[in-house]
Design a protein around this ligand. Structure first.
Ligand code: EPZ
Length: 424
């Protein structure tokens, strides 16, 4: 197993290209199951989660071609030859549940393994299932699988989500495109990934209005056709790299990023004393000699502060002047990075969903590891600012969501490299 070795203390200068969004791409790929014509995604990120979704689609009989070294994905589901999404793939990646809505909408039946919990929380899929039932599906939970059927096709309906769910909104949005009549999704997620999916579905012939707001209306159509769609920029990758010069000092331009994708986060960075500037090509972040001010953060669905940037923001606040309060309101167990940051010299107390971070003057490098993607990258960010060497183990978490992380950071002057365990 590989680790990433970071030698802290280098100021960063340069430009980092922002890739297409993992979480948008993971929702866009299953949309290929809605039509017998090819769906082409450009600006796809090259990540292990994307390869896992490609494997899942292939297991269902969808052809997936990866062109331009993985930048372009062409998916063709002339027919769905297998309607069972197997536990072995679903357990690796929860986004696998997103094949349920499309298969059911197109062919009237689907069997998908229940994903189970994961490191950051229980993460049930009850809202996905409730929504599909509202569209007329019959569901049966047996042997760890959801057996869904709608022999006469799905029919439009009103789905009111009791809480905001990105995945459930995506599943229902896709399913409703082929349902008979009108579907209204209330309390829908407003994340940019939802708007991106709606744009792609519209290019495929779907009739959708209101994406990006709390109410999305979908008028079902008989069939969808192929399309070519560029994946939106990854706002979490953007926010993560915005924190690199904030922690290490220096000035870095994130090329292809846009402030509106991370507005709540950018506001907090500025409140912490970090300069954020829009440029012609993206967003520039700098911290010259100034310190970091303490700020309070509460995660919330978009347009609030993203839970997927909470760990990385905590890394910054370990070095702030004063006490910051971070409240995690989306997932119940998303502070696994805190004990590791403490090993690097941070002062953090966690009580339930609230972490209190008292800034320290410096962090010290240490061997660390984390059990999820965003926690892992927060340790890399901390390592950029720490004295000495930080070795982050379990790099496979990073490879799920950050493309060429060490190349992007070392191009800006970071001392960071991937080492194999044997060499370590
Ligand atoms: C998406 O997960 C993202 N994943 C997550 O990114 C992200 O953290 C999350 O949205 C919140 O922004 C993908 O897009 C592939 P939710 P998702 O349904 O859709 C509860 C990363 O690091 N809930 O919006 O699974 C759930 O337990 C990842 O890239 C139910 O109770 O998230 C959570 O507390 C991690 N029942 C809350 O809602 C349901 O049926 C929000 O979850 C569904 C969700």
């Amino acid at each position: 197993m590989d680790s990433i070795l970071v030698r802290g203390g280098q100021r960063l200068t340069g430009r980092i290209p922002i890739s297409g969004a993992k979480n948008a791409c993971l929702a866009l790929m299953p949309a290929a199951l809605l039509t017998e014509e090819p769906l082409t995604l450009t600006n796809a990120p090259r990540l292990s989660d994307i390869r896992t979704m490609a494997q899942l689609l292939e297991s269902l009989g969808c052809e997936v071609a990866s062109l331009q070294a993985g930048r372009v994905l062409v998916m063709g589901a002339e027919g769905i030859s297998n309607h069972v999404a197997d536990y072995d793939i679903v357990r690796k990646m929860r986004a696998s549940i997103l094949v349920l809505g499309p298969m059911l909408a197109r062919d009237g039946h689907a069997v998908v393994s229940l994903p189970g919990g994961c490191a950051i929380g229980a993460r049930p899929v009850d809202l996905h299932l409730m929504g599909l039932e509202r569209l007329g599906a019959t569901l049966d939970l047996r042997d760890g699988y959801v057996h869904a059927s709608a022999p006469n096709g799905l029919r439009g309906g009103l789905v009111e989500f009791p809480m905001v769910s990105v995945g459930a909104t995506e599943n229902l949005l896709m399913a409703a495109t082929l349902a008979k009549g009108t579907t209204v999704l209330r309390n829908a997620a407003r994340e940019p990934e939802i708007a991106d999916l709606a744009r792609c579905l519209r290019a495929m012939g779907a009739q959708i209005e209101g994406e990006g707001t709390e109410t999305i209306e979908i008028e079902g159509v008989d069939r969808l056709h192929g399309a070519t769609h560029p994946v939106v920029a990854d706002r979490i990758e953007l926010g993560t790299y915005m924190l690199a010069p904030a922690l290490a000092g220096g000035e870095v331009e994130m090329v292809g990023g846009r402030r509106e994708l991370v507005a709540a986060f950018a506001d907090k960075l500025e409140a912490a004393g970090i300069e954020v500037e829009d440029t012609a090509d993206g967003v520039k972040v700098s911290r010259q000699n100034g310190g970091i001010a303490a700020v309070d953060v509460e995660t919330a669905p978009f347009p609030g502060f993203p839970t997927d940037l909470q760990a990385q923001m905590m890394a910054l606040l370990t070095l702030a002047d004063g006490v910051s309060r971070l409240e995690e309101r989306i997932f119940e167990n998303r502070f696994m990075h805190a004990p590791e940051l403490i090993r690097m010299g941070a002062h953090i107390e966690v009580h339930g969903g609230v972490a209190t971070v008292t800034g320290v003057e410096r962090l010290r490098g240490a061997p660390v590891m984390a059990t999820d993607l965003r926690a892992s990258v927060s340790l890399i960010l901390a390592g950029l600012a720490a004295e000495g060497e930080t070795r982050v183990a379990r790099v496979y978490h990073l490879d799920r969501g950050y493309e060429r992380l060490e190349d992007k950071l070392s191009a800006c002057g970071a001392q960071i490299e991937r080492v194999s365990e044997r060499a370590a």
